[in-house]
Write a protein that binds this ligand. Sequence first.
Ligand code: ATP
Ligand code: MG
Length: 976
Amino acid sequence: MFLKKIEMQGFKSFADKVIIHFDDPVTGVVGPNGCGKSNISDAIRWVLGEQSVKSMRGSSMTDVIFNGSENRRKVNLAEVTLVFDNEERALNSDYEEVEVTRRLYRDTRESEYLINKTPCRLRDIHDLVMDTGLGRDSLSIISQGTISHFAEAKPIDRRLIFEEAAGVSKYKKRKIESINKLERTRENMERMQDIVDEIERQVNSLKRAAKKALLYKDKKSMLEAVEVSVLVRDIKDLTEANEETQSQLFKMDAEIASLETSEGVYDNELESMKKELNDMDHAVSKAQETMMSFIREIGVLESRKIEIEERRKYTLEVGDKKAKQQEMLALLNDARLEYEDRKSRHESLNAEVELLVEESYERNRKMADQAQSIANLRGKIQQLSSRLDIVSSRLERPYESNHGVQAIMDNKQSLFGVHDTVSNVFEVSEGYETAITTALAGALMHLVVDDDKAAVNAINFLKNNRAGRATFIPLTVSKPRYVNQDALLVANHAKGYLGVASEFASNGEVYNDLRDSLLGNVMVVDTIENANVLAKRVQHNYKIVTLDGDVIHRGGIMSGGRNRQNNTSSLTLKRDKEQLENELRIAKDSLILEENQNHSLSTEHKDAGDILMQRRIALAQLEPLLEVKRSKYERLKQEYEDLNPDQEIEDAEKTEDDVVVQLNSLYMQRDELTTNIALMRERRQGLNQEIQRKEILIRQYRQDLNKLTQKRHECALEVTKNNTRLESSLERLSSEYRMTYDYALENVYDESAEMSREEVMKLRNEINALGNVNLEAPEEYEETNERFQFYGKQLADLKESRDKLLSIIEEMDDIMVTQFKDMFDRINHELPEVFSALFGGGRARLVLEDENDLLNTGIDIDVQPPGKSVQNIRLFSGGEKSLIAISVLFAILKARHVPLCIFDEVEAALDTANVERFANYIRNFSNDTQFIVITHRPGTMAQADVLYGVTMPTKGVSSMLKVRLEDAVEMKERDA
Ligand code: ATP
Ligand code: MG
């Protein structure tokens, strides 16, 4: 049997456990009114998921729990179990046997459902039963007094019975689920659509912004490339121009200096020459006066001489031998005197010439020496100048070998908190440069900065520009160090100790800690020997440096010696520069001195040459005269000896001789003076020419100087102008592009690129024209677009699932329509026969209210009992209504298999003949369908295979027992 067993306990009147076994197709249940028969039917419906309190005939679901009776206490749990045979899979389960249980607790008011002892949900129970013909809306379980409901129902409610019979409830349920899902999907779609619309708006505007930002970046990088190139080219050109101009300036300075020197020298010379000229004029006029007096004297003497000669002539002509002899002797004397005078003059002139020649040789040698030493001095000056150039240029770019430091110092303005290198922040006492340089050693090129932030900033700058490395000392971290008192005491008594290194370096107070941290524990000693002694005395606890730059480190390691190019920090370079400048000045002074000396020597030489020449001329003039006087003397001497003279008169005529002597001397003086005056005139003329030449030269120099100074001024102006442009270009490069010149030159500068200022202006204008630019837009666009795509995909997915749901619904509609129509037709086909059999004629027909809407149409029933023409089904009698419902039920049973039917007094209103027909029908169907029939009618009882009697032996508590038909009829009749 399909329903094999019912177990009940605590359900309504079944307080005790009652088990009913169903072994036969037709089971009749009999018993007096109120004994609990209908409670059995209630129990079955309850287990199968009945939720309606009303149809359970209560006012609350707990009313189904046994509520106690006169002598039984109420219970707290109602439990009913149905056991089905599911071999034919009439239920939606794969089990051969299905046990369904429902429990209800009074206190929790909650129902428990179990299928095969496993807890489950109510809907699992519904699914189990749905479309089996036992479902909620089927006609298979007809409660007491509800048979007329079918006839009275609205067509649309009646439809449910046919749906259940057609087995489309599950599709309907699924359809409702799908529609709910569809509804949710639609809501989601709407929400999603809103989101997508919103994002789409954002995406569109971001797309435009991103395009703009890209354009901006493009132009910006183009501008950068072009402008940086322009800047680099400008800087390059300007630097080159400056170098060129600078070297011109150097040259001009040198030229100006030499012009000024020369001019000065010539000025001085001119001055002294003018004085000399003046002196010479005086000397000449004096000489001329002397000459005049000579000439006067000579005149007097010559007339006296003529007198004497006249007298002598006379005596010679008319005088005696003695007188003649006397006169002859006088003549001879004169001739001798004249001859001797010329001779001695000749000799002295000769001697003078020889002396002059000798002097000239001496001077020549001196001048050659001087020329050599001037050449040496010039060479030395050359050398010193070029060394000075080198030192100066190294001083100007002291960090050359240290690119990082150079880059920072070049861009100091655009960084913050940068001071200078350690080597530049201290002033060092004179003579201690090498010692301090040694003491600072590796820290010389470290950069002093305000604090760690400044250092980090500068380091980032170096990194970004790949401009090299540098070490930074933040002033905030400098901790002073000191030599302790004991060591100081020891040092103060040590030979050669000069002091602590920090004493020799100074600067503003801000650097005090830095200075003391670097130099506060370093001692300075004069020599390495003394240093060694002191080092031992202070146990090698301090670094000691010497003036020569030797060093004994803490712990005793020593280093020293001398580099080829001495230690070259900026400190020593500064000292070197001063030294070189000093040497250069001295050399230049000596050169001027030497040149002056040389000049006066050559003037002297020239003068001496003139004198020599004059002396030689005088000598040449004297020589024939000497010869004349000699031969005159010799002739007279011969004439006198021919006279055979007496010895005694030889000393006479003294006075006459004096005249000759005086005259001779005057002649000599006059000649000398004449020569001298000629000499002086010549020299005066030479001097004058020299003065004129010098004056022209000086004028020339002055003109040159003026021109040169003007030109120098222009050059200097140009350098200043260039420097301003250079600075502004560098500043722009550094502040706008954060690049050093070197970096830009190496990495960005494109020589071949079209680089014009117009291009820069054009790009700048284009960039300005772009207005506000959101540089984040491209990323934001990417991000938002991704979201847009994502939500778009979600929306598409939702649309797809909506379409799927729609097509599922459509499919289910198709199935439902087909299945429904099919079942409807089959039932309608069976109905007339069943109907006319039960009514003994007449006809019945099921009618679709709306044939075009098979999914929703209500179902009318058009019946015509024999001989009647009642149109409204409500107007039929109770028995007729029962028969109509039973006819339809039986038509359904014919049309499809229904495993179980439970009737609670459905035939109550029928007459005996109809009960008979009804019972027969049941009998006929009992091959396929199990019937449980609650009845008071013997006709029905007669067709049952087995009968159960329900009694209440204890008042209020039902119990069950099998009864025989006769007993049942008897029981019935007794009740009646
Ligand atoms: P009839 O032949 O008149 O239809 P019946 O045999 O079908 O009678 P039922 O309706 O099954 O009678 O039983 C009704 C009886 O069950 C009532 O007498 C009622 O007192 C009893 N009953 C219903 N609910 C409970 C309950 N919760 N506790 C105890 N008794 C109950
Ligand atoms: Mg009843």
